[in-house]
Structure formats: C-alpha cells, structure tokens
Design a protein around this ligand. Structure first.
Ligand code: NAP
Length: 333
C-alpha cells in the first residue's frame, strides 16, 4: 500500500507546478559565505551560478579542479536569469573526494583556515546507480559512502563554525542542507535503511541499484532530521530536499539509449533543481517552524515518505544512524 502511495507522491513530485521562488527572490549575498559540494556540475553548478551572481563567496568542493575551472568559466560567461544588478562574488575550489574519508579532514581543515563564517552548507554532491559492487576506499557501498557517510563526517568539522556564524547572523539564515531525492521513497523496507547490513555485504543476492541509491537518500533525510533536533535551538536550520528530476551528469551510469529516452520524457533543465536548492537556502518557510523540513520541487514544503517518517518517530532511525556514523567516523576526525 505504501509503495503505491509512494509511487503517487513520486509522480506528483515529478510534474511540479511552475516555481514561485526564483532567482529574483534571492537577496544580495555580499559578505555571505557558502559551501556547495558537487558545485561543478548539474544542480550544484546552477546553484553556484546564482550565488556568485548575487555577490556571495562560494566555495565549490569537488574532486576535480579541471571540472571546477570549466564550471567557473561557464558561470562567469552566463549570468543567472532574472535581475542582474548585484556585484559579482567570488568562487574558489576545495579539493575533496567524498569516496575517500581520508580526504575529508584535510579539506575541512583547509576550508576552516580560509573562512571565518559559513552561512549555508549545501551537501549536494552525489552519485547514483554506479556499477553493482562499486565501493568507496573504505569499503562502503559507493552511494552510501559518498552521499551519506562523507557528508556526515564533513559536517562534524563544519558544524562548530556554522553554530558560531548563527550567533550573530539573522535568525533562520544559517542553514545546513542535505540533498536527498524522490528516490527516498524507495529505500529498503520497512523504514528505508537496511541497518542489519547497510552495505549489503552479506546479502546472498545483490540488491537492485536503485534500492541502494534510495537507501542513501533516506540516509541524507535521517541526518538532516537528527541534525535539526540537535541544532535548531541554537539557530541553525537543518533540512533536506528533493531537487526534482533534472538533466545532469547524475544519469551517467544509465545506458545511453535509456538515458536519452528518460531525459526526453521525464527530466527538466537543471536550473529548476537549482531553484529548489535556493528555496531551501533562502525562502522563509523552511525556517518558520522549529525542526526539520523537507522541500520538494521547485520550492515547496513537502512530506516525507510515510514509512521513513514512521521509522524516525517510532523506531528512532535518525538517532540510530547518527550514533552509528559517529562511531564509524571517529577515526577520521
Ligand atoms: N538530477 C536529478 O534528477 C536528481 C534527482 C534527485 C536528487 N538529485 C541529487 O542532487 C544532487 C546533485 O546531483 P546532480 O543531478 O547535479 O548530479 P551531477 O551533475 O552528477 O553532480 C553531482 C556532483 O557530485 C560530485 N561528486 C560525485 N562523487 C563525488 C566524490 N566522490 N567526491 C566529490 N564530489 C563528488 C560530482 O563530481 P564529479 O563530476 O567529479 O563526479 C558532481 O559535481 C545529488 O545529491 C543527487 O543525488 C538529483
């Protein structure tokens, strides 16, 4: 029954109404400092474009300086849509490979040596349905390790600076945004994370790749939820989102013909995903209530998958994941 409900919800999130929150609603961002993981491509690039053209200092974290340089040229050559009378900001590269936890601490230390405030962190980088059996350097299933574990560890380093920033920033303006997906409706039963064997190392049959992608996107939701519990009283807004179905490099592991058909039928320009992430960062609604919110395309407050919500509320899945990852990442601190 919940599968049918999820499919319906996913369908409705796949065909959203036109965005109400656009580039024109983003304020002047001079003096603000933002981090975008995976900002050299797809949705993160569209987000970075708007931040830069509104005056912000944008740190783009990724593993390839070449991709970063190409993104910067593209962003500078093509201003964000809408009003364009803001001073330009600045962009800088931060090297990190989220599929290798040993790169997280040096990246975080480098970042903390450069900045003295962090207004918003968008944990946006992600990988989807790589070849079955793909692993991170530490042996995590690649999507889980990249999308969830590495962002968790990065956040452990950046959280103190965000809390300090919130002490003097306008209420609701300091945010941590954990990018999830409509795929969070399709994590493993019953509550979205297979806690007994998260990496499916002991599974007799390897799971369908979309199931493990879905699990990683449930992981992002759970971290956003638990972090909201921990920091919303201290002025940091933690939320998660489904950016929508966008044409980007995320579909790189899907076969060419399938990708073209999918792209033609179902995917939207990545700018719209950028708008969802901008809404999460700057719209008042996600900060209006204490605690967690889930944003859906192209900038609305939505609801979580019911089983994921039940897992959180009745079975403590968010707390459980937080404490597992704390133990697992202690040695990389
Ligand atoms: N596109 C969609 O339809 C859609 C739908 C729902 C949710 N999302 C989510 O939106 C986010 C952005 O996706 P996108 O569509 O913009 O995809 P994308 O174009 O592939 O961008 C993903 C970014 O993540 C980076 N990344 C991947 N693995 C990394 C690693 N090990 N270390 C550092 N950076 C890494 C990529 O860098 P490289 O170029 O070096 O790989 C790239 O810059 C993801 O979290 C995705 O799950 C996307």
């Amino acid at each position: 029954m919940e599968r049918i409900r999820s499919a319906r919800r996913m369908f409705s999130e796949s065909f959203p109404p036109s965005p109400k929150f656009t580039e024109n609603d983003v304020p002047n961002l001079t003096q603000k400092v933002f981090l975008v993981t995976g900002g050299s491509s797809g949705i993160g690039l569209e987000l970075s474009r708007v931040l830069y053209h509104h005056g912000a200092r944008v740190i783009i974290a990724g593993r390839s300086e070449k991709s970063y340089n190409e993104a910067v040229s593209e962003i500078k050559a093509n201003p964000a849509k809408g009003r364009n009378n803001f001073p330009k900001g600045s962009m800088e590269f931060l090297k990190i490979d989220l599929s290798d936890l040993t790169t997280v601490k040096p990246a975080a230390q480098e970042l903390l040596s450069r900045i003295d405030r962090l207004d918003i962190a968008w944990y946006n980088a992600g990988v989807m349905i790589p070849p079955v059996g793909s692993k991170t350097t530490q042996g995590y299933e690649l999507q889980w390790g990249t999308n969830v574990v590495a962002h968790f560890l990065l956040n452990r380093f950046l959280s103190p600076l965000q809390l300090r920033t919130a002490e003097s920033a306008p209420a609701g303006s300091v945010r941590t945004i954990w990018v999830s997906s409509s795929a969070h409706h399709f994590g493993p039963e019953p509550y979205g994370v297979n806690f007994d064997d998260i990496n499916y190392d002991r599974a007799a049959k390897k799971p369908a790749p979309f199931l493990t992608y879905g699990q990683s996107k449930v992981g992002d939701v759970l971290l956003a939820y638990e972090y909201a519990n921990m920091v919303s009283d201290k002025g940091v807004v933690s939320l998660s989102l489904n950016p929508g179905n966008l044409r980007s490099n995320l579909q790189r592991h899907i076969g060419n013909i399938a990708r073209r058909i999918l792209g033609f039928l179902l995917l939207y320009p990545p700018r719209l995903g950028g708008l969802t992430e901008l809404y999460a960062g700057f719209a008042p609604e996600p900060a209006a209530k204490k605690g967690f919110s889930f944003v859906i395309p192209w900038g609305r407050i939505g609801v979580l998958n019911k089983n994921v919500q039940i897992g959180i509320e009745q079975h403590g899945t968010a707390k459980k994941l937080w404490s597992i990852l704390e133990k697992e990442t202690d040695k990389y601190m």
